[in-house]
Design a binder for this molecule. Sequence first.
Ligand SMILES: *[C@@H]1O[C@H](CO)[C@@H](O)[C@H](O)[C@H]1NC(C)=O
Ligand SMILES: *[C@@H]1O[C@H](CO)[C@@H](O)[C@H](O)[C@H]1NC(C)=O
Length: 268
Amino acid sequence: MSRRRVVLASVEAGALLVVVAFLLCLCVPPVRATPAGAGVTEFPGFHGELPSKHYAGYITVGHEQQNRHLYYYLATSERNPTLDPVVIWINGGPACSGFSAFHHSIGAGYSYAENEDDYITNDTNRVVDLYDFLSKWFAEYTEFQSNPFYVAGCSYSGVLVPVLAQEILQRNEESYGMKINFKGYSLCNPAVDVDIENNAHVPYAFRMGLISDELFQSLVTTCNGKYWNSSSPSCQGNMEQFYMDQEQALQKLFDPKLGREKLHAKQV
Ligand SMILES: *[C@@H]1O[C@H](CO)[C@@H](O)[C@H](O)[C@H]1NC(C)=O
Ligand SMILES: *[C@@H]1O[C@H](CO)[C@@H](O)[C@H](O)[C@H]1NC(C)=O
């Protein structure tokens, strides 16, 4: 939770650029997103002037016959847009709230591909597209080229953001082409290591009071720290129990009518 707050604070301090990539087809022709035509001046239900300049549009990446149109939304800083950092926020996967479905073949949102096959992609291609997006975006929004630049994201973006950061640094070292004023990246609740994350479920559920002392001790003894894909039958049996107990405890937590009397309240 606190990590998320840090991210949002840095975002509030700067311009925020949201990219929703590879999402459902919005059946309108692509709009050339020059800043002049890209201004957003009003929202339904919001009266009065916006506190800073907003822009939205598409950047086309890929190449002929395989064009992909990435939608972005830019809210400039309410403080000092000429000096404040620019943050690109990259949406995560299905576990992340918000626009979601970044790494699903088709989801909800405004980005779309001209070629059906392009909805099936992989992380390597996504990073290539994101870099392509950035270089073209900065070519249209030249006024932001000198601002400090950050990449940020949650959840599944933990897979993409560090690789994009590396791509930016490598491209910056090439003598030709654009230099992005890259300063760092920020992740919240990121997917980084499937083994560490999956093995953390058991101790985490125990600390949250979702499973009993007895089951936890038994898991510790039978699984030897490797919970999620253990080959030991006694560990696997305990893990089946673990998933059932955890599910029940969560149902009680989210259904106030059932009460919480059966939860195993616990100190760390
Ligand atoms: C990603 O897809 C491309 C083809 O579009 C392929 O060349 C590449 O090997 C794939 N990368 C991975 C890691 O699967
Ligand atoms: C569990 O997954 C990890 C990481 O993917 C792997 O190194 C390990 O060999 C796996 N263990 C078993 C028993 O499959």
